[in-house]
Design a protein around this ligand. Structure first.
Ligand code: NZQ
Ligand code: ZN
Length: 389
């Protein structure tokens, strides 16, 4: 563990079956007007909407509706949400949904009292908020992004074909999040597995970097093993509470900054390429990551061979006997890809509706970071994308 860091996590979590009963207590800390943020209607079908509205009404809150947050929330929707918050002078932004609703709520929170356009300020110029921030609470219905306990907010600008994440400071983290694994039962299988791979890849992004002996890597290995095991249980038995509960908890810890400590920023190139793919295809986030992972990891493997060997032996329990270093490292990746196929993830870009003509544009839209074992050039990104078809 060689890093120097300050660790703080500002979000209070209520976890487990029935955790929503804690909402009333939290509501007492905020004023009367609540902007109720949700997506395309899943919460109306599974009954969560009625439960939440009942608690809000019982606690004397005025509900300001803000529905229609789409997967990969757009800058137009963000501007609409800011307008609603301003018009009604809301006291709390309550997101009920997956990462898209939670991210959107955070983006609205830093924009309500900001005079500039949020896209330009936070996503193009990467400035930090210098205004009051409206508090955010989350009621999570999908395990995956970790948005319930982090300060990330990813927004898509379809016109500019850019999908960009801003990781804000702790003041933008949700003040509280309610995590009831039962709420995830109604997720379509495709969304569930996309979330599973999102969790797994968040861990990979922080594991495949650095060469020091680091507590974060041991935590990462345990989380990965739990995700592998429980994803297969939930695949066969979607209402298995134990599996859903483990996935939900692992998702939170995969990206709430804990395993980022001492990791010098992490790799994050699968996410950078995946986000650029998302900007072009509007595909489900976890699927974009799955489609480019194989090609990306094979490309960087020679530069991080020790960590890839460790991935094979510690995460996938592959015996090193009789294998060269490269064979062992590749066997780990092959095991990961077998598991991904078993889950039914999209394993190439064609499956997402992308075409080879998009490669140059996606490469242009990819933010290049240098925290991984082999910093990529634009040409390297083109190569990874080409091998992902
Ligand atoms: O919109 P509704 O009708 O609610 O349906 C949603 C949506 O269609 C559905 N869903 C969610 N919970 C459900 C459910 N359907 C039935 N039952 C339930 N219980 O699932 C679909 C996807 O939801 P979404 O919120 O888009 O998924 P996810 O949680 O994967 O969030 C994706 C967004 O988060 C960003 C992604 O880029 C993407 O924009 N990310 C945020 C991160 C962060 N804050 O740190 C990190 C991630 O890497 C990621 O980039
Ligand atoms: Zn992700």
């Amino acid at each position: 563990m060689l890093g120097t860091f300050t660790y703080q996590n500002a979000t209070k979590l209520y976890f487990g079956a029935g955790a929503l009963e804690n909402l009333a207590g939290e509501l007492s800390h905020y004023g009367p007007v609540v902007q109720l943020i949700y997506g395309g209607g899943s919460i109306k079908k599974n009954g969560i909407y009625e439960k939440v509205c009942g608690i809000l009404r019982k606690n004397g809150k005025t509900i300001v509706e803000d529905p229609g947050v789409m997967p990969n929330p757009t800058v137009e929707k963000l501007r609409e949400g800011v307008k609603i918050a301003r018009e009604h002078k809301v006291d709390l932004l309550l997101a009920v949904g997956g990462g898209s609703c939670c991210d959107y709520a955070k983006a609205v929170s830093v924009s309500v009292f900001c005079d500039e356009d949020p896209w330009d300020k936070y996503y193009l110029r990467f400035e930090e908020p210098d205004c009051a921030i409206v508090p955010v609470g989350c009621i999570l219905t999908m395990a995956g992004t970790g948005s319930e306990m982090n300060a990330g907010a990813v927004i898509t600008n379809r016109e500019q074909k850019l999908k960009i994440g801003h990781v804000f400071g702790p003041e933008v983290m949700p003040k509280f999040s309610v995590l009831d694994p039962v709420f995830t039962y109604s997720l379509p299988k495709r969304q569930m597995v996309a979330g599973v791979y999102d969790i797994f890849n968040h861990i990979c992004e922080q594991f495949f970097c650095g060469t020091d002996d680091n507590v974060s890597d041991y935590l990462a290995e345990g989380l990965m093993r739990s995700v592998i095991r429980n994803s297969l249980v939930a695949l066969d038995d979607p209402e298995n509470y134990e599996a859903r509960s483990n996935l939900m908890w692992a998702a939170t810890w995969a990206l709430n900054t804990l395993i980022a400590q001492g990791k010098n920023g992490g790799d994050w190139m699968v996410h950078m390429i995946g986000q650029a793919v998302g900007a072009y295809t509007d595909a489900t986030h976890g699927m974009t990551l799955a489609a480019v992972s194989g090609a990306y990891y094979r490309f960087i493997l020679p530069y991080g061979i020790e960590k890839f060997k460790r991935f094979a032996t510690e995460v996938w329990k592959i015996s090193p006997a009789g294998k060269t270093d490269e064979e062992l490292a590749l066997a780990g990746l092959a095991a990961m890809e077998d598991w991904m196929k078993k889950l039914g993830l999209c394993m190439d870009l064609r499956a997402l509706g992308a075409t080879p003509e998009m490669i140059e544009g996606i490469a242009d839209a990819t933010v290049l970071l240098d925290g991984g074992y082999r910093p990529l050039s634009r040409e390297d990104v083109v190569r990874v994308l080409t091998e992902s078809f």
